[in-house]
Ligand binder design. Structure first.
Ligand SMILES: [Zn+2]
Length: 167
């Protein structure tokens, strides 16, 4: 069972863990994957063995572009996780990937949660974070082949007006 260290924390990924093992294997090759339902064909980013739309338990990994928009975000001002204390305040973003936007219903999409980082892989500053801004996946490379998908702003012109939470 591979065990990695990330920001002073140990992360163990069991060989029997179908939820995350393939995700991190793909990440170490700098590929972002999500689950694809083998029955209805829809992609999903959230953990869990069952398809949220058709309840099928059959799925496979599917590579995605890693490009999308900030659908929502949160600024973590204080954290109880010791290894992230020197990161605070830092953003956590809910990214809506370009694949499957508006499916299977207009309000749905393929969304995953991650950190938003800058060019130095440090937390993006709060004043730069806004809903609707374009982002792309970037991989933090740790030791022993461990990689963690994160996102960064692309600077592309957003499709729609961007907006922020009021402080
Ligand atoms: Zn399904």
């Amino acid at each position: 069972m591979p065990t990695y260290e990330y920001r002073g924390q140990l992360i163990s990924i069991s060989d029997a863990d179908s939820e995350y093992k393939g995700y991190f294997e793909a990440a170490s090759a700098h590929r972002l994957v999500v689950k694809k339902c083998s029955d209805c064909g829809l992609l999903r980013g959230e953990p869990g063995p069952g398809c949220p739309w058709c309840t099928s338990l059959a799925w496979e990994w599917q590579e995605v572009s890693g490009k999308g928009i900030i659908y929502s975000y949160q600024i973590v001002a204080h954290t109880v996780i010791p290894s992230f204390r020197d990161w605070a305040p830092f953003p956590i973003v809910l990214v809506e990937l370009d694949e499957q936007r508006g499916q299977p219903d207009p309000g749905d999409g393929l969304r995953i949660t991650a950190n938003l980082v800058d060019a130095d892989m440090e937390p993006e500053r709060e004043e730069n974070v806004a809903i609707g801004k374009r982002v792309e996946v970037v991989f933090f490379d740790g030791e022993d082949g461990f990689s963690l998908p994160q996102f960064r702003l692309t600077g592309e012109v957003p499709e729609n007006e961007v907006w922020t939470h009021q402080a």
